[in-house]
Design a protein around this ligand. Structure first.
Ligand code: ADP
Ligand code: MG
Length: 290
């Protein structure tokens, strides 16, 4: 095929909001057997809002939020943004924060007023054998909420629940892929209850939860076993190695630079439904090429 065909399909793709960075994987998109989706910021909007605050006995709600708000100003994780928004809306005072450390895929830790303040996931609580009110946690998780725990010198101060919204278009893309016999997989660092909640709502074929950032690409490798063609779609720094490992890596346009630079195709409109256009266009352009 001549360059005319290539430039024509590229401009059609551009009109559909697809930025093609690597043509060869794009043209094979119609062969995909499995599509792996990141959850936060991909299937969901990635805009967390605080819904519930549960201080532990002896702790108070405002103090709990002040601590979380102060340390989360240092992070740009969607959870951090949700907690910071809440702190601002309540007009809370900020403490001085020192020695901030990001615990990738687990939470974060910093020094506030001479104490060590950590905000962490349920998985991190379990790994460190710190007990919490399972009943309250289960109730929140069953509502599809993401729960984080606030610790002061390793003592639990309370939990904060946040909710994100599933994108309207996620329902359509999952249904369309399932109907075509393409397996739909969600892979997330969030806890398995929230992940299963979203997975059931959307009708995903498979849910892989509590995945640490360094495990994401290995999971994609496993999903490729048996010669399966795997596409991965994500937005975060965490997703970049998995995007590179996939046969076709797709980044959400509003995502992080690292994800965009690693992807084969970028969804300019940040809408996961556009993967359907990738599959359709790849078939059309590969037919013209033969
Ligand atoms: P995802 O795969 O959904 O993008 P991450 O791997 O970034 O998730 O994070 C996994 C989990 O780690 C989160 O669900 C949360 O429990 C915890 N976590 C990550 N960053 C933060 C943060 N800034 N504050 C509190 N908890 C966090
Ligand atoms: Mg994400």
């Amino acid at each position: 095929a001549g360059p005319l065909v290539t430039s024509r399909s590229t401009s059609i793709a551009a009109k559909k909001g697809l930025l093609i960075r690597n043509r060869t994987p794009f043209e094979s998109a119609w062969k995909v057997d499995r599509v792996v989706f990141d959850k936060t910021g991909t299937l969901t909007e990635g805009n967390f809002g605080v819904t519930d605050v549960h201080p532990n006995k002896g702790a108070n709600e405002e103090e709990l939020l002040k601590l979380a708000y102060s340390v989360e100003t240092q992070s740009d994780h969607p959870i951090a943004k949700g907690i910071v928004k809440e702190g601002k809306e309540r007009g809370l005072e900020l403490y001085e924060v020192k020695d901030y450390q990001n615990l990738t895929g687990k939470g974060l830790v910093a020094q506030v007023n001479g104490a060590e303040i950590a905000v962490v996931s349920p998985g991190t609580m379990r790994a460190n054998h710190i007990s919490f009110d399972e009943e309250t946690y289960n109730k929140l998780a069953a509502q599809g909420k993401t729960v984080v725990f606030v610790l002061k010198d390793n003592e639990l101060q309370g939990m904060i629940a946040l909710a994100d919204i599933i994108r309207e278009s996620s329902y359509h893309v999952i249904k369309a892929l399932n109907e075509r016999g393409i397996e739909t997989v969600m892979m997330t660092g969030d806890n398995s209850r929230v992940a299963n909640y979203v997975g059931e709502k959307l009708g995903l074929s498979k849910v892989i939860a509590e995945v640490l950032p360094h495990e994401k690409s290995n999971n994609v490798k496993q999903l490729k076993q048996g010669g399966k063609k795997v596409a991965m779609i994500g937005d975060g720094i965490n997703d970049a190695p998995a995007l590179a490992e996939a046969d076709l890596g797709i980044a959400i346009g509003a995502g992080t630079d690292v994800a965009i630079e690693t992807a084969d195709v970028v969804l300019v409109n940040s809408n996961p439904v556009d993967i359907l256009n990738i599959i359709k266009l790849s078939k059309a352009s590969s037919r013209k090429m033969v």
